[in-house]
Design a protein around this ligand. Sequence first.
Ligand code: G6P
Length: 367
Amino acid sequence: AMIEKGNYRHFMQKEIFEQPIVVAQTLRSYLRGVERTVGLPQMDFDLSAVKRVTIVACGTSFYAGMVAKYWFEQFARVPVDIDVASEFRYRDPVLEDGGLALFISQSGETADTLAALRHAKKAGQKIAVVVNVPTSTMAREADLLLPTHAGPEIGVASTKAFSCQLAVLAALAAHLAVVKGRLTRAEEEEIVEHLTQAPAALNAALDHDEEIAAMAPLIAPARDVLYLGRGPDYPLALEGALKLKEISYIHAEGYAAGEMKHGPIALIDENVPVIVIAPSGPLFEKTVSNMQETQARGGKIVLISDAEGLAEAGDNCLATIEMPKVHPLIAPLVYAVPVQLLAYHVAVAKGTDVDQPRNLAKSVTVE
Ligand code: G6P
């Protein structure tokens, strides 16, 4: 059937708003509601024996992989290597026995990622694939197929596929932690509970749509925009910058908040908006001090945090967006929403072709 925009102005907007439903749909196939456990599809190898995970992807899928690296290491204590697919095989990576290579792709057809998959397979790695198109080449070549159930994604800039990838990767991280003996039964139940709450938290994040639309005119005139985050929210800063440049053509850079002082701070003045993605938590205080370094140089901050974080940060920001308080394992999913909406509304304010940005393709099947 032909896919329509319905009441939405763009496919990208429709796909952003579909996230609570498609994430719920995706999680349903990874969470066992009755047992309150995380379950994966059958595989013909022993996941508990995996010694190292190598993650390879491109674009937005690569940033989902970067988030997963934090989760796999933090929750399962499994070391993770990660590369963009176009670099992976040319650096002749060290791939030892007992390694799992994980490929993330919306289309399942990206040429660089597929070539990397075949390289890893030849080198004896078990192949896991997080993919949105179940009939794709990558899906067929996987030892462990982990589908996302985002449905067809039409907008060139990926949104709902990203949040569904994160949902699958969170479930994989939790399951890996369980089979590695890193989570008790009670802790696993608690994680299942938090993941189950993700769709409601995504809805709460979407409630800020109008507020974010009203902010767009503050960002649209900028020539450069910086995005800052720490930990699993650092890749989200990279994804925020990618979304903005893809569809609004504003130059944007994502940085680890603590790395700001080693370069980007030289760019800061009142014309460079700085988007800070920072849920409250143990690292929040450090991010606040990075914010203050920016503010001291005239930098204008848009802070995305929860009520606790916003209170702690004080009221020196150009604008704030309040997210619900969520478990660290679902924060990147929830915080993806304001980041996507901001890019979307800035692009609309600039009048660009949101669904078909210049020079970009939905699926890149050449190297
Ligand atoms: C293109 C698209 C991006 C996407 C990337 C990877 O650059 O414009 O939105 O993230 O390819 O695509 P994949 O299908 O492998 O996730």
